[in-house]
Design a protein around this ligand. Structure first.
Ligand code: NAP
Length: 255
């Protein structure tokens, strides 16, 4: 049976863990050749192993998205075996300190979160832009419910600000690149069980309960709950969808 992404080449940042790993697996299942980009080389290799075991095509490359020169170099290296037609900007971190916490810690959180969640998204997109324009490609950026709200469980203003920025970047690029046939969308996950929140979930079960009370579907999400919308947005099923954010949040934002 034909896959929804047959013939596509997809690069996924942060593809070595959690949501990124789920998206890589789903893209490969739908026929894409997947380039797994992650600062965590072992994680990227693990994703490639999972895809290969399921009969898909993938390769791993180590990349720190904050390193602009490395992003440009990777794009050149990737192009030598074929331009990408799908880019998923997924790499991201969170640190949960209130703005009133220790000044040095809060300033470091701000710098690190902005450099990965926002500068990283720019660096990778800019590096692959020529390829994406040449292939009339698709960009999927991973936002959050915090692209809209600052939730009251332990979190940081830096993370909320960065995820609002993801939405702004998505809309700006959709407006500018539509004429080139490039579609740019975002996904807004709710609470998805991954490494990024594993410690917070263990340390603070009341936080999970609070989120679930506000989640109509009544359960935390899994990476595959985000992978489905990511396949849709990258596929021709979404041929007339750009500048949008699809919420994968169990309904959190709707109530
Ligand atoms: P995750 O399991 O921690 O995966 C993130 C991956 O990104 C990790 O492999 C991480 O490597 C990698 N990474 C970190 N810094 C990087 C860098 N500078 N360059 C390249 N890769 C880097 O977290 P996740 O939950 O899947 O998060 C994926 C995205 O979803 C993030 O943008 C996050 O903000 C967003 N999101 C998650 C949730 C949720 O509830 N899980 C909700 C809303 C949005 P290391 O482990 O080595 O740092």
């Amino acid at each position: 049976m034909a896959g929804l992404l047959d013939g596509h080449v997809a690069a996924v940042t942060g593809g070595g863990s959690g949501i990124g790993q789920g998206i890589c697996q789903a893209y490969a299942r739908e026929g894409a050749r997947v380039i797994v980009l992650d600062i965590d080389s072992a994680g990227a290799r693990e994703t490639v192993g999972l895809i290969a075991a399921a009969g898909g095509k993938a390769s791993a490359m180590t990349l720190d998205v904050t390193d602009r020169r490395a992003c440009n170099a990777i794009a050149v290296e990737v192009a030598s075996s074929g331009s990408i037609s799908i880019l998923v900007n997924n790499a991201g971190i969170n640190r949960r300190n209130p703005i009133t916490a220790d000044k040095a810690a809060v300033a470091k959180d701000w710098d690190d979160i902005m450099s990965i969640n926002l500068d990283g998204m720019f660096n990778v997109t800019h590096a692959f832009l020529d390829q994406l324009r040449a292939t009339k490609g698709r960009i999927v950026n991973i936002g959050s419910i915090q692209s809209f709200v600052h939730v009251t469980w332990p979190n940081s203003a830096a993370y909320t600000t960065s995820k609002h920025g993801v939405l702004g970047f998505t809309r700006s690029l959709a407006a500018e690149l539509g004429k080139d046939g490039v579609r740019v969308n975002a996904i807004g996950p709710g609470m998805i069980e991954t490494k990024i929140n594993a410690e917070a979930r263990t340390r603070n079960p009341e936080m999970v309960a609070t989120v679930m009370r506000h989640t109509p579907l009544g359960r935390p999400g899994k990476p595959e709950d985000v992978a489905g919308p990511a396949v849709f947005l990258a596929s021709d099923l979404a041929a007339y969808v750009t500048g949008s954010i699809v919420m994968a949040d169990g309904g959190f934002r709707s109530i």
